[in-house]
Design a protein around this ligand. Structure first.
Ligand code: PLP
Length: 361
């Protein structure tokens, strides 16, 4: 499978691009190009085309609009000190994309084909990769069901797209988010699509996001569907809890039960925290553990992690049962240390001992 290059003949002028990069932000501007590949049951995958970024035209009866058969990924390209550009653990995104495809009855793409499309887009749009620490190019692969017709069945056609947008350093070190623990709505149940990265999971979560906002919270924390007792994750990020402090601190994260999205950042932090000398554990963690741990002072820090924001502190949690403030409500030292270490590895300022960074150009 090849990627044919038909790049934008009129890329944005350097001065305008620089202006847009300097604005920071996230998801406001998109790069000059995108990648498209088509699949059909009869012919399998076509070669991919790298083409100018632009709108797509679809028949109103296209399957994705009606039954939500869609998956996506989120990954980043980081500028390195020597001027090169690296992706962070991109093969993990490729593998997860294939697993999500399988769950949504969409065609799997090989890791090689996926990687090739990402590398070609980053090479083509390399001037869009911001250079400062904390900045990156966010890459969004996605796949939609494109069979035309209103019959409910797995689509016999699908289209893969790849777009990218510069991500500025919007992180404010003094900020910690306040989260709303939803006991009314759930994100995922056993046998559902919680482990897959699909738009449908997000569609079903937005009403709870609205509720959270009405409570003055920025994010929703999801509990398990059956008992509404076990803490799963936060919005589009996984959660971590720190018990104790200093060298004896223990860093724990909810165990993957089949309903949590297995985050690549989550997985990376399991290794990074261990390297930093902390005891690390994946556990079943309940709302009682959270409340009691905060009350006794055993839980000293709470943070969320994901590709987009990397690591962000959780300053307080609210629910029908009250409000629990983490420590002094500000990002804690271990949260910041883990954040700095992971960012350092991604930006090539801290040695990458596991070969996580994949050089593109
Ligand atoms: C993408 C995502 C995450 C984080 O995964 P990363 O691979 O670390 O970016 C966590 N939870 C949900 C629901 C997600 O969609």
């Amino acid at each position: 499978m090849k990627v044919h290059l038909n790049p934008n003949p009129n890329p944005l002028a350097d001065s305008i691009r620089e202006e847009r990069l300097a604005q920071g932000g996230f998801g406001k501007y998109y790069t000059d190009n995108m990648v498209v590949a088509e699949w059909s049951e009869a012919d399998g995958w076509s070669d991919a085309q790298l083409i100018p970024y632009g709108p797509i035209t679809l028949d109103p009866a296209t399957a994705v609009f009606h039954y939500g058969q869609e998956i996506f990924e989120g990954m980043k390209a980081y500028g390195q000190p020597d001027g090169s550009i690296s992706l962070f653990r991109p093969e993990e995104n490729a593998k997860r994309f294939a697993r999500s495809a399988k769950r949504l009855a969409l065609p799997e793409m090989s890791v090689e084909f996926f990687m090739e499309t990402v590398k070609e887009l980053v090479k083509q749009d390399r001037k869009w990769v911001p250079q400062k620490v904390g900045e990156s190019l966010y890459i969004r692969p996605f796949m939609i069901a494109t069979e035309v017709g209103l019959g409910v069945r797995p689509s016999n056609k699908a289209t893969y797209y790849l777009i990218s947008t510069p991500a500025g350093a919007y992180f404010n070190a003094a900020n910690a988010v306040t989260v709303w623990i939803s006991t009314e709505y759930v994100r995922a149940a056993q046998g559902g699509t919680g482990e897959a990265k699909c738009g449908g999971n997000y569609a079903a979560s937005l009403v709870a996001q609205k509720q959270a906002a009405a409570q003055g919270c920025e994010q929703v924390v999801w509990l398990d569907a059956k008992d509404r007792f076990w803490v799963e994750e936060m919005g589009g990020m996984n959660l971590y809890f720190v018990k104790g402090s200093g060298k004896d601190a223990k860093v724990i994260t909810p165990k993957l039960t089949g309903t949590l999205l297995p985050g690549i950042t989550r997985d990376s932090i399991l290794s990074v925290a261990k390297d930093l000398g902390y005891e690390v554990e994946e556990v079943m963690f309940s709302i009682d553990d959270w409340r009691d741990g905060i009350a006794s002072g055993e839980i000293t820090e709470v943070f969320a992690c994901g590709t987009a924001a990397v690591v962000s502190a959780v300053g307080a949690a609210k629910s029908d049962h009250g409000t629990w403030v983490t420590g002094d409500g500000k990002p804690g030292p271990i949260t910041m240390q883990i954040r700095e270490t992971l960012l350092g590895i991604q930006h090539g300022t801290i040695p990458d001992t596991r070969g996580w960074n994949v050089k593109v150009c």
